[in-house]
Design a protein around this ligand. Structure first.
Ligand code: DQA
Length: 146
């Protein structure tokens, strides 16, 4: 099983970006934790970070051919991007939406997600664990539907 983790804009700054909101773990730490969990679950995990909406759309389209599902933190594009929602719908692979912070405890504009309706589920507010819980849940979902 192959899972692709997609990190959206500004997540390359993790570790130094608003640590009181996003914690001290770097993106490399997040990806390492995902790799370790992937080994434990017996699945192949690869990761991609992009700051541009088109870059993310292109990556989702390109990766879809080789993956069974996506773990997606589209960051700010979660709240704005019809294009990323359409890309995920277009490639027809199950995905879990994740957020480090609890977006519902923050500004109103973060309460809306263009991705949530098409997702298997959403995990928000657990820091790095949001990604790990999302990966576990996606793998369970794929195993059940296999
Ligand atoms: C985020 C939450 C978004 O609202 C924000 O724009 C991000 C990160 C999170 O992981 O908590 O960049 O997706």
């Amino acid at each position: 099983m192959n899972i692709e983790v997609v990190h959206g804009p500004n997540l390359n700054l993790l570790g130094t970006r608003e640590p009181e909101v996003y914690g001290r773990a770097t993106l490399a730490d997040v990806d390492q934790a995902l790799q370790a969990l992937g080994r434990e679950l017996g699945v192949q995990v690869s990761s991609f970070q992009g700051n541009g909406e088109g870059t993310l759309v292109d990556h989702i389209q390109a990766a879809a051919a080789r993956v069974d599902g996506f773990v997606v933190n589209a960051a700010a594009y979660t709240h704005t991007s019809v294009a990323i929602a359409d890309a995920l719908a277009g490639v027809a692979r199950p995905y879990v939406e994740v957020h480090l912070s609890n977006v519902f405890a923050r500004e109103r504009f973060r309460h809306r997600s263009y991705l949530a309706a098409g997702a298997v589920g959403v995990v928000s507010g657990f820091g790095v664990d949001s990604y790990l819980l999302g990966l576990r849940a996606l793998v369970n979902h794929l195993n059940r539907s296999a």
